[in-house]
Design a protein around this ligand. Sequence first.
Ligand code: PGA
Length: 246
Amino acid sequence: MTRRPLVAGNWKMNGLQASIGELKRIVEGAQSLGDVDLIVCPPATLIAGFAAAVRGTRVCVGGQDCSTQPAGAYTGDISAEMLRDAGATAVIVGHSERRHYHGETDAIVRAKAIAAQRAGLLAIVCIGETRAERDRGQARRVVSGQLDRSLPDTSKDIVVAYEPVWAIGTGLTPTPDDVSAMHGLIRERLSARFAEAGHAVRILYGGSVKPANAKALLALENVDGALVGGASLYAGEFLAIAGVYR
Ligand code: PGA
């Protein structure tokens, strides 16, 4: 089973209209990359502008979150349909910052993933254990539970991102053996649940992916790409990470 690699950049709450220059550098540099899908997920205010700027290129644009609902009285929320309408083709759901700062449960994350499927967006579903959970020897159990409860009933348009919370924005990463073991576990559970279709689901690693460690992390079995935070804000770093697939 060959899965086309995917490198997605999560800009988080960073970026202004002037950041279009960085996007243009990504689009420019992407021309010489190998077989890899690229998605830039800017803040919602930039999605329409970015989507217009990448039209006809190999770079796609995604959201960082979506509502479970298609429309209605939900002040401040943005639906998957609205993201799609603005030109996004993907959305991150269940990022640990959403889970932590906004109290998103697995059930909410699952409803958001279903909303993304409904709107025709690729859903990048994030899971990952905290430092305390890992130290207590619970990482496998926590990640398995999150995976089981956060995924919809079909794997259509689903990407899983394994992001240990303690690796996000810290410069720390698990050892290659730990990443392999966790991605292997996720693959097993995807296959058990979705049969053949579970083999086709891409599993990204996220958490302090940088140009310096990308090669080692992305070469591991069942690591089908990366979800990149801090480094994705710089075209040169983002392209260097995706350049692993040259
Ligand atoms: P980081 O963030 O690459 O800055 O660690 C990853 C993420 O939050 O997706």
